[in-house]
Design a binder for this molecule. Structure first.
Ligand code: T3D
Length: 262
């Protein structure tokens, strides 16, 4: 059992809910280790075919818990690189490498690393009242948790630079219009929409979806020639899955497919 998150598995979907609402679900060391544990379980449990990440209370996540940082005069400067290497980077890498769809329900403000954890997910729904804030610049830091990369690739360099330097509050609708997230939805519907989407995806060809994830991610750094080669290789793998066989057979027999995620 966990103290800082909730973690349940239902209908093939793991639901990870950040649960430190009094500090807008900011990360302390214990929450980091609990999220690590939950991501590990998600990866190794064969019944899990999609993951939802969301938060309790009025915020999604306010990034690092700043009350955990000793900045008193004379105190030794904390080594933030170590914190990133130990906590934030492995979390982002796990989300990106997870061989299943990761759906984020941004239920409220997403600031600092909280914003960039959301942007690392595969499909992001955000409550209409939620805001995305690259808050780092206000305390002398740079966007981490992949933010400098994801922002550049989703909204382009001009917006990535201004968002990162100004720390403006971006609405969910603006984020949708800019292609930073998938959809803005009504506040009261955001969690159920994300969970319903994940449950639907958990009935789909999970291996195929994982290969799509790999291909789209790789496109960010590949040339077209490299990407064509990669598509060939991944399609070779996809064509050998049981779900491909089932999908084609169901189509030809004019019936609903029954995918096993294999
Ligand atoms: O250190 C490392 O390991 C390096 C890695 C860094 C990664 C990072 O994420 S750095 C960036 C850290 N995050 C921030 O700078 C955001 C700080 N928070 C805010 O700017 C604001 O709270 C928000 C814009 C997110 C929301 O504003 P608002 O007015 O809606 O809420 P609030 O009143 O500021 O916050 C509510 C409570 O949550 C409040 O506590 P209180 O007064 O009710 O006892 C506030 O102190 C607390 N809170 C919010 N964010 C954090 C936090 N407490 C600790 N750490 C936080 N990040």
């Amino acid at each position: 059992s966990f103290n800082n998150i909730e973690f349940v598995i239902e209908d093939g979907v793991a639901i990870l809910t950040l649960n430190r609402p009094d500090s807008l679900n900011s990360f302390n060391a214990e929450m980091h280790s609990e999220v690590r544990e939950a991501l590990k379980e998600t990866k190794k449990n064969p019944e899990v075919r999609a993951l939802v990440i969301t938060g309790n209370g009025r915020g999604f996540c306010a990034g690092q818990d700043l009350s955990d940082r000793n900045v008193a005069p004379g105190a030794e400067a904390p080594n933030l690189g170590e914190s990133i290497e130990k906590n934030y980077n492995p979390m982002i890498r796990s989300i990106r490498a997870l061989e299943m769809p990761v759906i984020c329900a941004v239920n409220g403000v997403a600031a600092g690393a909280g914003a960039n954890i959301a942007l690392a997910c595969d499909i992001v729904f955000a409550a209409r009242s939620a805001k995305f804030i690259q808050a780092f610049c206000k305390i002398g830091l740079i966007p981490d948790s992949g933010g400098t990369w994801t922002l550049s690739h989703t909204v382009g360099q001009a917006r990535a630079m201004a968002l990162s330097m100004l720390g403006d509050r971006i609405t969910a609708e603006q984020a949708e219009q800019w292609g930073m997230i998938w959809k803005a939805v009504d506040d009261e519907a955001v969690k159920e929409t994300a969970i319903a989407t994940a449950k639907q995806l958990a009935t789909q060809p999970t291996k195929g979806l994982a290969l799509i994830k790999r291909a789209i991610q790789a496109s960010a750094t590949n040339t077209l020639d490299e990407q064509l080669d990669l598509e060939r290789d991944l399609q070779t793998i996809a064509g050998r899955t049981e779900d491909y066989r089932e999908g084609v057979a169901a189509f030809m027999e004019k019936r609903e497919p029954s995918f096993k995620g294999q």
